[in-house]
Write a protein that binds this ligand. Sequence first.
Ligand SMILES: [Zn+2]
Length: 159
Amino acid sequence: MVGLKCIYCEDPMSNSSVEHIIQSALGSNLKSRNLLCAVCNNHFSRKDSGYMDSCLVDQFKLFRNLFSIWGGRKTPPPVLRNVGKIEGMTIHLGPGGTPIFAKSVREESIDENGQLIISVSSRDIEKAKEQYEHIKRQFKEAGVKLSNSKKYKLSLLSG
Ligand SMILES: [Zn+2]
């Protein structure tokens, strides 16, 4: 390592470090030696650098998702969460950019009469019924008596 300098701090490298995080994020097990010193390598993974390593790796998530790239440590391509909404349902992007509807979305609000309105969006009627039963159990366990249950209605947003 005589004559080699750290690419960041330009100090002579008496103790080089193994850089792997970028290669790993792109699906490789390759490691780079003699690029940066151990001090700089450690610094980039710490809070005082703004977790620069992690921030850099995050930049690859879209590509890893769209092209289904596995990480170098056998981590599956990432799912991109909460990329948008369709008819109130949250959409995630699975590997290969495949849209995935979030399991169920539960929203609560108070109407003009002070009544609690619970709205559930699910990917299909069976999931909606599961959520409805779950909500009924939650209220029962909390000792809240549901009245006027005929006000509850199911509406299908799409087939
Ligand atoms: Zn350095």
